[in-house]
Design a protein around this ligand. Structure first.
Ligand SMILES: C[S@@+](CC[C@H](N)C(=O)[O-])C[C@H]1O[C@@H](n2cnc3c(N)ncnc32)[C@H](O)[C@@H]1O
Length: 288
């Protein structure tokens, strides 16, 4: 189990990071599956560790044999996935790309806290475009040499919510070697047709299946970010896009699209069900 711990009952200073109760999560050995305990600071103002993060962590813990060599973590947040990857035997280097400066600085501290600072480099970067010249050169050096990628991207809000998944894969083509692998977080509600469509939208990638999944759990609409996602999905369905797939919490066998899920929530206050999932893609540019 992941344990949230307070360093102190009240706020405590740790270097330049102020920690409050619940701001440190320890992933025990039973979560990291032999990679040792990992302690992660996530002070207010930084990206929290969410259920989707935990499923990506489980995917790395359970499928470490699929990653080795050099990796890129797109949207590295506080660094949990980069650090998990860096602890994996056979992984020599991980570069975390993250747009938010506070996240980058906490991720660097987390890397030091977990003894992987020699293997992991966190770069402030808008997608694959680092802000600093030196970091641009560092990332350039990984072109065509990257063995794996990990990404738990945010939902986009100006399209069907899936835009960042396409961005991650299309940019990854510049960096991955032939046969490179991508661990990509895509939860169930995006629907099978949209997930299968990634192979068509981003040629060169092949969908190999699901590495880790949660149980069917509420897509917690008490979280403003998830409620906003559902509104984006409902708008996309109204525009004629592929339907999303949720389950009715009162009758699990009953599927609901995004518009029905939103109406159901407004009527009952109940969140529809979905599953957090991490999928595996492989990159074979010549197998088109
Ligand atoms: C869902 S969080 C995942 C964080 C972490 N990898 C995890 O699994 O907990 C997505 C992260 O992507 C970052 N992000 C959003 N847009 C980005 C962009 N254009 N380029 C790089 N990072 C971005 C966010 O700041 C956030 O930290």
């Amino acid at each position: 189990m992941a344990k949230r711990k307070s360093q102190n009952r009240s706020a405590a200073r740790n270097g330049n990071v102020t920690l409050r109760e619940g701001d440190v999560t320890t992933l025990g050995d039973e979560v990291t599956r032999g990679l040792g305990d990992i302690r992660l600071m996530h002070p207010p103002g930084t990206t929290p560790i969410t259920p989707a993060s935990m499923i990506s962590i489980e995917a790395i813990a359970g499928h470490g044999h699929l990653i080795e060599g050099i990796g890129i973590d797109w949207g590295s947040g506080g660094g949990c996935l980069s650090i998990m990857a860096a602890r994996t035997p056979g992984v020599t280097r991980v570069v975390g790309l993250e747009i938010d400066e506070t996240n980058v600085s906490v991720a660097r501290r987390n890397a030091r806290l977990n003894g992987v600072e020699e293997k992991v480099k966190f770069i402030r970067s808008g997608s694959y475009s680092p802000f600093e010249d030196g970091d641009r050169r560092s990332l350039e050096s990984l072109r065509g040499r990257t063995d794996f990628m990990i990404a738990n991207p945010i939902s986009s809000d100006d399209d069907d919510g899936f835009g960042y998944r396409r961005t991650v894969l299309s940019g990854a083509r510049d960096f991955l070697r032939d046969g490179g692998r991508v661990f990509l977080s895509i939860s169930y509600q995006y629907g099978r047709r949209r997930i299968a469509g990634l192979e068509r939208d981003v040629p060169g990638f092949f969908h190999e299946g699901i590495l880790a999944r949660s149980a069917c759990v509420p897509f917690d609409l008490g979280r403003t970010d998830l409620l906003n996602c559902l509104k984006v999905y409902a708008r996309e369905e109204s525009r004629g896009g592929f339907e999303y797939e949720f389950c009715n919490p009162l009758r699990q066998a009953q599927a609901m699209n995004a518009r029905d899920s939103l109406a159901f929530y407004e009527r009952t206050g109940r969140s529809p069900l979905s599953q957090w999932q991490t999928h595996l893609f492989t990159y074979h540019p010549d197998r088109l």
